[in-house]
Design a protein around this ligand. Structure first.
Ligand code: DAH
Length: 345
C-alpha cells in the first residue's frame, strides 16, 4: 500500500511532537486545522485521495485513515479541553476582587462658591417677586452703552475697557444691557433679575477679565429711591445676617439719576471698624440708582407715568467679602484645596 502506514505514523509523530509546544486553545485550534481541515489539512487530503485508490485497497485505506482521524480528533479535543480549563483559571485569577481591600474614599462634590451665592441671591429676589431674565453675552454697542445713556464720547466708556468683536458687537461689560431688552419688550410693572457673566479688559488681584454680575430692575408707578433702600435692607440682612444695615452714597452712572453706591455695615466688626472695612465700619457692595428718564423713554416707557430703580451686584466681590478671599483668581482656578474651604457647611 505504497508506504501508507509510514505516512500515517509520520503524521501521528508530527502531531505528538507539535502538541508539546502548544500553549493556548487558539494554538490548538490552528494546529488542528493543519491536519483536520477537510480541504488543506494533511489528514483531510488523505481522505480526498480516497477516490484515486484502487477499489481493492479502498476499504483498508479508508479504515486506516479514519482510525488516524479519530485518534487525532481525540488528541486535539483533549488538549483543547485542558487549555480552556487553564485559561479559565487564569481569567478567574485576573478578575479576582479583593473584598477585604479598603474602599477608595468618595469625596462628594459641591457647588462652586459663585454658583452658591448666585443661587442664594436668586432665591432671595424670587421671594420678593423678581423674575429671572438671562441676557446674551454678546451685545451690540447700542444695548451695552448707547441706550443706557452712554454716548460715544462719554467717559463711562473708558471706565469699562471693552472687548470689541466688531465695531458694532462687543462682549457685554455689564448686565445692565439686559435692562434695555426687558424694557423694550415688556410693559410695566417690571421686576426682573438678570444674572450673568460680563467682560472687561481688567486684570489684577481684585479684577478679572471675566466676572459675574446680577442686575436688578423695577419699573412701576411711583417707584422711588426709598423703595430701593427698603429692598436693599431686606437683601443685606438675608445675606449678611440680621442687624446689617445699608448706607447710600452719591455716585454716578449714566443710566441712573440719582445714582448711588451702596455700603453695608461691616458684618465682620458690626460697624466698629476692622481690617475688612478698613476701619470705616462700612463695605461697598453694589451700584444702584433711580432709572434715568432718558433710558425709560428710549425703551418707549412714559417717564411721566412710570419710574424705576436698578442695581448691579458684583458676585465675585460678594464672594470675596463673604469668604475672606483677597485674590479673585482663587475663584477661577478650580483648586480643590481652596474650593473645599469655600462652602457654607
Ligand atoms: N452696571 C454697573 C457696573 O457694571 C453697575 C450698576 C450700577 C448697575 C448702577 C445698575 C445701576 O443697574 O443702577 O458697574
Amino acid at each position: 500500500m505504497n508506504g501508507l502506514s509510514e505516512k500515517l505514523s509520520a503524521i501521528k509523530q508530527e502531531i505528538l511532537d507539535g502538541m508539546e509546544s502548544l500553549d493556548s486553545s487558539k494554538a490548538v485550534y490552528e494546529f488542528k486545522k493543519t491536519f483536520l481541515d477537510s480541504k488543506n489539512g494533511k489528514i483531510g487530503q488523505l481522505m480526498k485521495e480516497m477516490k484515486n485508490i484502487p477499489p481493492a485497497e479502498k476499504a483498508e485505506y479508508g479504515k486506516n485513515v479514519n482510525a488516524l482521524k479519530t485518534w487525532a480528533t481525540e488528541q486535539f479535543d483533549e488538549m483543547d479541553a485542558r487549555m480552556k480549563e487553564k485559561e479559565l483559571l487564569l481569567r478567574y485569577e485576573n478578575e479576582k476582587i479583593d473584598i477585604s481591600m479598603p474602599a477608595q474614599k468618595i469625596v462628594p462634590g459641591n457647588l462652586h462658591p459663585i454658583t452658591l451665592i448666585k443661587n442664594q441671591l436668586i432665591d432671595i429676589f424670587a421671594s420678593m417677586g423678581f423674575e429671572v431674565f438671562e441676557g446674551a453675552e454678546i451685545e451690540t454697542d447700542y444695548y451695552n452703552f448707547t441706550a443706557l445713556n452712554t454716548p460715544q464720547d462719554h467717559p463711562a466708556r473708558d471706565m469699562q475697557d471693552t472687548f470689541y468683536l466688531t465695531q458694532e458687537f462687543l462682549l457685554r461689560t455689564q448686565t445692565s444691557a439686559g435692562q434695555i431688552h426687558v424694557m423694550e419688550n415688556t410693559a410695566p410693572p417690571i421686576k426682573i433679575l438678570s444674572p450673568g457673566r460680563v467682560f472687561r479688559s481688567d486684570d489684577d488681584a481684585t479684577h478679572s477679565p471675566m466676572f459675574s454680575q446680577m442686575e436688578g430692575l423695577v419699573v412701576d408707578k411711583g417707584i422711588t429711591l426709598c423703595d430701593l433702600k427698603g429692598m436693599l435692607d431686606v437683601l443685606v440682612q438675608k445675606i449678611f445676617g440680621e442687624g446689617t444695615t445699608t448706607r447710600l452714597r452719591p455716585s454716578y452712572f449714566p443710566f441712573t439719576e440719582p445714582s448711588v453706591e451702596v455700603d453695608v455695615s461691616c458684618f465682620e466688626c458690626g460697624g466698629k471698624g476692622c481690617k475688612l472695612c478698613k476701619g470705616t465700619g462700612w463695605i461697598e457692595v453694589l451700584g444702584a440708582g433711580v432709572v434715568n428718564k432718558k433710558v425709560l423713554e428710549v425703551c418707549g416707557i412714559d417717564s411721566d407715568e412710570y419710574s424705576g430703580f436698578a442695581f448691579g451686584i458684583g458676585i465675585e466681590r460678594l464672594a470675596m467679602l463673604k469668604y475672606g478671599i483677597n485674590n479673585i483668581k482663587l475663584l477661577f482656578e478650580s483648586d480643590m484645596r481652596v474650593l473645599s474651604q469655600l462652602n457654607d457647611d
